[in-house]
Design a protein around this ligand. Structure first.
Ligand SMILES: CC(C)(COP(=O)(O)OP(=O)(O)OC[C@H]1O[C@@H](n2cnc3c(N)ncnc32)[C@H](O)[C@@H]1O)[C@@H](O)C(=O)NCCC(=O)NCCS
Ligand SMILES: Nc1ncnc2c1ncn2[C@@H]1O[C@H](COP(=O)(O)OP(=O)(O)OP(=O)(O)O)[C@@H](O)[C@H]1O
Length: 275
């Protein structure tokens, strides 16, 4: 198989979608928290992003200026087009908005690094320098706001933008080393990595669904408990994960941001032959 950067980005979308059970997310067996989506839609949505991912790779490959925020600006223009292509493939459902953002950044940065050298997470920090301030400086309550914008005004949380601007520390420092050292088949390693991510993330999709930030501590505790039980290789942990899946379905909680962090962890894992 030709495994160029954008192919690995597409593989990451598929690897994440087919892995289950993922509490709060769509997988082939269960979509309880997202009744407007199913796994077939995720296949269509992923394929609709193929062109964008190739463009993101090209932007990183060809960029020459020393100001990497300009590379991010170029990428964002392509990201807006990708959002429209996704909407066409899904009948307007938001399957991959966060992934267009996060995976686009990582694909572009990885491609830049292959051409110019450097640490990919440093490059991401340079690309997104000042992003939170830039995007949120003119917000006010009279506008129609996204969940992320509302949470910035209400709680001071930076969400997906903050993670990017910090250079995805959950991925660089924890999830990627965790995936590298994880044991078992791909499903086990990916699920355990997902729960590791859930044990650390303040997910704006989860806060939106639960309508409180208190949910973050509860979910982080549950994710840690699953890992303490030994992860997917251990029967008690599997039972606990199924119960957690039911709890998420009952409350209609989602982990959309953790999904994106998992997708980019898988992407870097594929790039580094960890998977
Ligand atoms: C920053 C993005 C992800 C969305 O921001 P927006 O304010 O529209 O939505 P919101 O903040 O509610 O987040 C949307 C998604 O972010 C992801 N997310 C949530 N929390 C986190 C987190 N802690 N870490 C990473 N991702 C997260 C989830 O997928 C969520 O569904 C991006 O879509 C964006 O920049 N939108 C503006 C339009 C644009 O420039 N689009 C092109 C993007 S390349
Ligand atoms: N398997 C999955 N892979 C990736 N993301 C997933 C998956 N399942 C669910 N999601 C996430 O769910 C998010 C959508 O959640 P939600 O439906 O709450 O958002 P929305 O459509 O923007 O908001 P609303 O439904 O409030 O209008 C997607 O952006 C995506 O991140």
């Amino acid at each position: 198989m030709k495994k160029n950067i954008s192919t690995n980005a597409l593989r990451a979308l598929f690897y994440e979608a087919i892995t289950g059970p993922k509490p709060g997310l769509v997988d082939p067996i269960d979509n309880s928290s997202h009744p407007d989506m199913d796994i077939y839609m995720f296949i269509d949505s992923s394929i609709s992003l193929q062109n964008y991912l190739q463009e993101a790779e090209k932007v990183g490959h060809n960029f020459q200026d020393s100001d990497l925020t300009k590379m991010f600006t170029k990428l964002r223009e392509k990201g807006l087009i990708a959002e429209k292509e996704m909407a066409q493939a899904t009948n307007g459902i938001n399957t991959h908005k966060g992934a267009i953002f996060a995976l686009g950044i990582c694909t572009c940065a990885e491609s830049y690094v292959k051409q110019n050298g450097g640490n990919v997470f440093d490059i991401i920090r340079q690309m997104t320098h000042g992003l939170v301030e830039h995007d949120f400086k003119n917000l006010n309550d009279n506008q129609k706001l996204t969940a992320g914008q509302k949470q910035f005004l209400k709680y001071g949380l930076g969400g997906a933008r903050q993670e990017a601007e910090a250079g995805y520390p959950i991925v660089e420092d924890v999830a990627l080393p965790f995936l590298k050292n994880a044991k078992g088949d791909k499903r086990t390693r990916i699920l355990d990595t997902f729960m590791k991510i859930a044990s650390l993330t303040a997910d704006s999709t989860l806060i939106k669904r639960a309508k409180t930030t208190n949910v973050i501590e509860e979910v982080q505790r549950d994710a840690n408990h699953y890992l303490e039980l030994g992860g997917f290789a251990n029967e008690d942990a599997r039972i606990f994960l199924n119960d957690l899946n039911k709890k998420f379905a009952q409350h209609k909680w989602s982990l959309g941001g953790c999904a994106d962090l998992l997708i980019i962890t898988i992407f870097f894992g594929l790039e580094s032959d960890y998977l």
